[in-house]
Design a protein around this ligand. Structure first.
Ligand code: ADP
Ligand code: MG
Length: 565
């Protein structure tokens, strides 16, 4: 038995759902999941209140999948989400969690895309329908009986839906659903309008609230930096170069991430090990011992596995993935600053996690200052500083022990002591990049942006703002174009603003037809007659082939690699 899904199995989920979770690598239910799952399984209506990033999707998806009958090919669950992008995220999550359920199909129904394929998927008997309210009402206009078989309704991000003016659409949808259904509502806030909906359309709902309790934080220096989800490893390697740490613990959410990050760092020469719930207890203890005595300097852990670690050498906590709640943030950063020592805690924040950062600040009553990712110059300075630290103790004594040898070698080689010292330095630092160019070559470019800028991932609007090219000298090639991130290629679509195209249309079409996750896409720029979009280099040709006939706003996308000259 794998230890890590024990927490989920105990909640009473269907075995095929638990099996899919093993593959995803979740170790234990988040607080909202631990409370909501048993309640939904028991058939109660429910109101769940929790912040972004607390794992609400799985909180409803896992119990609903456990209750669905995949042999019945008709809509059984309806999830309403405020935006197309959130609907796609939820649909993807359902697909992931139902990997071990043959015959289970999910359809996403949203505006801005042709209705044909959505209708087809509905007719083919998708059991899970994830929809934005507006488009669903359009479908109901064609087929009023569409939702007659639905047994589970979820209103996800209900407050957002109301903000976007979906109130009337929701009423239409409620009328089209069977009375006997089970209804669940998730919302970050519960204004009067939401309470009114619950009052009217839910049956004796149970309340689950993950309240953020005020926490006291040890005197630890805290900072955060903004980074896109797919750039985290690159960001971590840069940070490690400039942070002066003794021992460091990095927190991630999944077992797989502990392995991925640890091996990426190992490849860069760090003494690092993963720590997760799959690792046997005695092995875990060995890892912690090694961290204590310096055989290891870095441990990449999940929250569960790191519980109770007390290693005074830990000077740094690196929150690579966001914690679920302020409590676990406080727990995590409490791993440093032990025994009255100084500690430093860094938090990577992706654009959609900004709100969680604010919650952490509110609950802990402390500002978590923003820092920028170090640039190549800073990395180089840090490397040189470390080299001189390493040499420092030697210069005091080495002349007495090795001075004569140096003189003799210089005479033999007919060179100056200076030239000889340079040669020795070259030998000593072989393979270490100690010039600006070398650092740039080694360290992938990571887009640097601030939490004060509008989300450059355009979570809500799908709009992206263009950023000026980074003034990092020769590194930023080209005149007008910012550099493309490592692993991505800039592509050109033959449609632009003149065709009535907005970033969100393009985004939707590519995500939907290309089967990509939002993180896989980089910057989108809409020009007058064409558009630019950054796509993953890996598998690009296949992707372009797949998108060959895709149309946006009735126009063919004509997507191809973009060449600057
Ligand atoms: P919310 O809807 O509350 O904003 P999501 O459901 O989108 O949060 O989940 C946020 C992230 O956390 C997702 O990347 C998801 O895969 C991850 N996640 C959710 N539950 C768990 C868990 N139990 N263990 C590890 N990761 C999880
Ligand atoms: Mg959500």
């Amino acid at each position: 038995m794998t230890q890590e899904t024990g927490g989920f199995a105990a909640l009473g989920l269907h075995s095929s759902v638990v099996a899919a979770l093993t593959a995803v690598g979740y170790e234990e239910p988040s607080p909202i999941q631990a409370q909501a799952i048993p309640m939904i399984l028991a058939g109660h209506d429910m109101i769940g209140q929790a912040q972004t990033g607390t794992g609400k999707t799985a909180a409803f998806a896992l119990p609903i999948l456990s209750k669905i009958d995949p042999s019945k090919r008709e809509p059984q669950a309806l999830i309403l989400a405020p935006t197309r992008e959130l609907a796609l995220q939820v649909a993807t999550a359902f697909e992931t969690y139902s990997k071990q359920m043959p015959g289970l199909n999910v359809v996403a129904v949203y505006g801005g895309a042709p209705m044909g394929p959505q209708l087809k998927a509905l007719r083919m008997g998708a059991q899970v329908v994830v929809a934005t309210p507006g488009r669903l009402v359009d479908h109901l206009g064609r087929n009023a009986d569409l939702l007659k078989t639905v047994q589970f309704l979820v209103l996800d991000e209900a407050d957002e839906m109301l903000k976007l003016g979906f109130m009337d659409d929701l009423e239409v949808i409620f009328q089209a659903l069977p009375e006997s259904r089970q209804s669940v509502l998730f919302s970050a806030t519960l204004p009067a309008s939401i309470r009114a909906i619950a009052e009217k359309h839910l049956r004796e709902p149970k309340h689950v609230k993950i309240a953020a309790k005020t926490q006291t934080v040890a005197r630890i220096e805290q900072a955060h930096l903004m980074v896109h989800a797919d750039q985290k490893v690159a960001a971590v390697t840069r940070l490690l170069e400039v942070e002066d740490f003794d021992a460091l613990i990095g927190f991630v959410r999944t077992k797989q991430a502990t392995l991925d990050v640890a091996s990426a760092l190992e490849a860069r020469g760090y003494k690092v090990a993963p720590l997760n719930g799959d690792i046997a207890q005695n092995q875990r203890e060995r890892v912690i011992e090694s961290l204590k005595d310096g055989r290891l300097d870095i441990v990449i852990a999940t929250d569960v596995a790191a519980r109770g670690i007390d290693v005074p050498r830990i000077t740094h906590v690196l929150n690579i993935d966001m914690p679920y709640d302020p409590e676990s943030y406080v727990h995590r950063i409490g791993r440093t600053g032990r025994a009255g020592r100084e500690g430093r805690a860094l938090l990577l924040v992706t654009p959609r996690e900004r709100r969680m950062l604010q919650v952490i600040e509110r609950v802990t009553g402390q500002k978590v200052a923003e820092v920028r990712l170090p640039d190549a110059e800073t990395v180089l300075q840090a490397r040189i500083r470390r080299l001189s630290q390493k040499l420092q103790p030697l210069v005091a004594t080495a002349e007495a022990s090795h001075g004569d040898l140096l003189a003799k070698l210089a005479t033999d080689l007919e060179c100056s002591p200076q030239a000889l010292a340079a040669a020795l330095l070259a030998k000593l630092t072989e393979g270490q990049g100690l010039t600006l160019d070398a650092v740039r070559r080694e360290q992938p470019e990571v887009p640097n942006f601030s939490s004060r800028e509008r989300s450059s991932s355009g979570e809500r609007s799908g709009e992206r703002r263009e950023r000026a090219p980074r003034a990092e000298g020769e590194g930023a090639r080209g005149r007008s174009m910012p550099p493309v991130a490592e692993g991505r290629a800039r592509c050109r679509a033959g449609v632009g603003a003149r065709d009535g195209i907005q970033a969100k249309n393009l985004l939707g079409a590519i995500l939907n037809e290309g089967g990509l996750s939002r993180e896989a896409l980089g910057r989108i720029q809409i020009r007058d007659t064409f558009s630019l979009v950054e796509l993953p280099e890996e598998g690009l040709d296949r992707l372009l082939a797949k998108l060959k006939d895709t149309r946006v706003a009735g126009k063919q996308l004509k997507l191809r690699r973009y060449r600057e000259d």
